[in-house]
Write a protein that binds this ligand. Structure first.
Ligand SMILES: [Mn+2]
Length: 455
């Protein structure tokens, strides 16, 4: 790991940004709408508040011509992009050509280096932004450098969980941030059942709100969750308060897990029910944010329902009304997602080992989630590709490797980049998950190009 050069990049980026902020006292912030982007946004707006800088925050699904056009016309001259931007340097250049100062805090593969656009990106120091650090981790490193305060470290871990960088633990800078959070008493990690809300959340609500995997008769069903707990012989309350997972004996936990495996439809599907649980010790017991995986789930729901600003405020540390609103967005999101999943799974088109979900079945904010979920259960398939119409008349493409595709070591970042460029679009992302935007009339040509790279 080449931490030395990242530390150099970090301190020069921080100096440049600090000087610009001190001069201008206001900034335009654009953040990506997923859990990592909103975690990163929360960290950056906290930083700006601590530095007494006014800001205007927007949440973006992705960079586009129309967004850059709009931003160019705005009366700001300092722009900060968070968890977005590195893959779209051609668009970013158009901002500094309009005399704007551009700062990017991102962990997506950069299109290239450009002296005019300041990028804080682990890839530029030889670190792996797919695995070793997230957008929120990158934002946290900057926050820590500027403010010297570790309290936002759990938010950085939340974003990394949202971007699925945890795999039996964390690596690289993620691990360093986690160790910092542990040493300061902010996070505790333990292997446990991974239910919504974590080990200190009311068990019946935990079960009802766990949807990954879907638990037959329990997910979204409070009566079902209640009767499951009763049937196993677990009392619903301990004294005056609701029973939580932490109250269970090892034997009760084993009985519960056995029942959940059945309800999930087998061991393979139930795999994600067991693993590391990340407990945010500063959140009160009974708060859904005490479990960082659930925190990420809630942020994601805020973004996908078009309410990313609520998620960013939550990540910055606001609670009360903001948390209540976020929880109702989670409920709304789950309803929409269940309907979209049902439609998409009944309309899959196969060409060789690639499965397609055509546009018209779901929105461009949901298609990524739909392809992520469905890619886990597809057989005899290497790649799942989903399409959805965008606001500016293009097609959004979302692609995921299946388990089989991962074994073949296909590289979706490269495949989507090449195939979208052929039709005048743009794309890229990570090796196992990537996206693109292409013109409508280029869909067939895009698809043929994509298929040709698999031969
Ligand atoms: Mn990210």
């Amino acid at each position: 790991m080449n931490l030395g050069t990242f530390k150099d990049l970090l301190s020069s980026f921080a100096d440049d940004l600090y000087n610009d902020l001190r001069e201008r006292r206001r900034a335009r912030v654009i953040a990506h709408l997923d859990a990592d982007g909103l975690s990163a946004a929360g960290i950056i707006i906290s930083m700006l508040e601590r530095l007494n800088v006014n800001f205007h925050l927007s949440i973006a699904k992705y960079m586009s011509e129309s967004l850059i056009k709009k931003l160019r016309e705005e009366p700001y001259d300092l722009y900060i992009f968070v968890d977005i931007g590195s893959g779209d340097l051609d668009l970013m250049r158009r901002l500094y050509e309009a005399n704007k100062r551009v700062f990017i805090i991102d962990h997506h593969v950069p299109s290239y280096e450009d002296s005019k656009v300041k990028q804080l990106n682990p890839f530029l120091s030889g670190l792996d932004g797919d695995r070793e650090i997230s957008g929120s981790g990158t934002a946290f490193m900057l926050y820590y450098e500027m403010i010297g305060d570790h309290s936002m470290a759990p938010v950085a871990i939340t974003g990394a969980l949202g971007d699925l960088q945890e795999d039996n633990g964390f690596y690289g800078l993620n691990k360093e941030i986690l160790e910092l959070a542990k040493s300061k008493g902010l996070i505790e990690v333990k292997p446990d059942l991974k239910l919504f809300g974590g080990p200190d959340y009311p068990l019946v609500s935990s079960l009802e709100r766990t949807v990954d995997p879907v638990l037959e008769g329990i997910s979204g069903n409070s009566a079902g969750a209640l009767s499951l707990v009763e049937n196993i012989g677990i009392p619903i309350k301990v004294g005056e308060r609701w029973t939580t997972l932490s109250d269970l004996t090892d034997e009760q936990k084993r009985d519960l897990l056995n029942e959940l495996v059945k309800r999930a439809g087998g061991l393979e599907r139930a795999k994600s029910l067991v693993g590391n649980v990340y407990v945010y010790l500063k959140e009160p017991k009974g708060s859904p944010l005490r479990d960082l995986n659930s925190f990420a789930t809630i942020l994601n729901a805020c973004g996908r329902t078009g309410n990313g600003h609520i998620g960013a405020l939550l990540a910055s540390g606001r609670r009360g009304e903001v948390l209540l609103r976020a929880m109702s967005l989670l409920q709304e999101y789950r309803k929409i997602l269940a309907q979209a999943l049902d439609r998409a799974s009944h309309n899959i088109r196969k060409v060789g080992t690639v499965a397609f979900i055509d546009e018209g079945l779901t929105s461009d904010t949901m298609i990524g989630t739909i392809t992520s979920i469905l890619s886990r259960s597809l057989r005899d398939t290497d790649i799942l590709v989903g399409y959805a119409p965008t606001d500016d008349g293009m097609i959004k493409v979302s692609a995921r490797l299946t388990e089989e595709g991962k074994k073949r070591s296909l590289n979706l970042d490269k495949i989507l980049r090449l195939a979208s460029e052929i039709v005048g679009g743009s794309g890229g992302g990570h090796q196992t998950a990537a996206g693109a935007q292409i013109p409508k009339e280029g869909k067939n040509k895009f698809e043929n190009a994509l298929l040709s790279y698999l031969e």
